[in-house]
Design a protein around this ligand. Structure first.
Ligand code: DAH
Length: 338
């Protein structure tokens, strides 16, 4: 066995696999060195001394060179790895923009704070309700067209029973549950999602957010309603909005009103403001005696008002947005611009 040759072979080794092969050849169990040791048996004692000396010198040298090569290879490997996953600690960190709630959530939370400041209790209620809660309890007979398939989303198959489960079509459905809990006097707001099988357009979506406000007490009048509504709208909108009141029919109130808003929409490119179409944002009225009687409240003693606000629409007015579908289609360009 030639030490020079072994060392020159070792110098050509480039990776762990070749190193392993080298080890098997020279230093492993079947090593070439072993063969040399086997030859010693036949040698004379004198020869054994010099041969043994020579062989162990070769072995030490080879093992030494081998381990040098081994650490050299693993250092190279680590360096290669490091080159690939560079972490440059001198680079300044990426600045994350502060997250924010979606405009709908923001508007809902602000409305809740305003309501609580006026001593209203917040109750989110249930999204799956019975037809009784959604319709009958608020004076809408089951034969009313609003209960038809095109408006209402059914959980079970549609039938004419009161217990039939549906997705609530308005937050007024929460009135009866809270009435059972609180009775009169009562100050309650119920924010949350509603579902209607509607055609979608800039002002309509199959899922939308509403907030129901109810105030029942002795001597509650339309003046109280107007004051409450104007306080709330000026607090939440904080921008100039043109309001229009219209008389309107709702089975659970008498009289009933509809309130439309017209506001400025600013064009993102030209910065020119243009007036929006009139959009209904609030529906209201004085509690219908039938509804009060349904809860065993004497309409001669107690009166009240109730109104519902479309949160999605209010948010559109608040932020000057043309189309309420922007709120839920999660276009990041839209989300990031607020
Ligand atoms: N619940 C009605 C709807 O979604 C809105 C509404 C109208 C609520 C009049 C009220 C009210 O409280 O007084 O169509």
């Amino acid at each position: 066995m030639n030490l020079e040759q072994a060392l020159s072979e070792l110098s050509l080794v480039k990776d762990k696999l070749q190193l392993e092969e080298f080890f098997q050849k020279y230093l492993g169990k079947k090593w070439l060195l072993n063969e040399e040791f086997a030859k010693m048996k036949e040698a004379s004692i004198e020869e054994k001394k010099t041969l043994g000396w020579k062989l162990s010198e070769i072995k030490t040298k080879l093992t030494e060179e081998y381990s040098k090569k081994e650490s050299e290879i693993s250092i190279n490997e680590i360096n290669e790895q490091l080159k690939q996953d560079i972490v440059d600690i001198s680079v300044t960190g990426k600045k994350y923009k502060w997250w924010h709630f979606s405009l709908l959530t923001k508007t809902r939370k602000d409305l809740e704070t305003i309501a609580e400041n006026m001593w209203f209790t917040v109750d989110y209620g249930h999204e799956v309700v019975t037809k009784y809660e959604n319709f009958v309890s608020v004076n809408i007979p089951l034969s009313h067209p609003a209960t038809e398939m095109h408006d209402t989303m059914y959980i079970n198959e549609k039938d004419m029973t009161w217990e039939n489960l549906i997705l609530r079509t308005h937050n007024s459905s929460q009135q009866v549950r809270d009435m059972l809990k609180m009775w009169a006097p009562m100050k309650l707001v119920c924010p949350g999602k509603d579902y209607r099988f509607d055609d979608m357009d800039a002002h309509h979506d199959v899922m939308f957010h509403q907030m129901e406000w109810i105030y029942i007490d002795k001597n509650v009048s339309i003046a109280n309603f107007k004051e409450c509504m104007l306080t709330l709208l000026s607090a939440v909108l904080g921008r100039e909005v043109e309001l229009r009141f219209r008389p309107c029919y709702f089975p659970f109130v008498e009289p009933g009103f509809e309130i439309d808003a017209r506001y400025d929409i600013v064009d993102a490119k030209t910065w020119k403001a243009e007036k929006s179409d009139r959009m209904e944002i609030l529906w209201a009225g004085m509690m219908h005696p039938n509804v009060l009687k349904e809860w065993w409240i004497d309409p001669e003693v107690y009166t009240g008002f109730a109104f519902g606000i479309g949160i999605s629409r209010l948010a559109a007015v608040r932020y000057g947005i043309k189309d309420i579908r922007y709120f839920t289609n999660w276009d990041l360009r839209f989300v990031k611009s607020f």
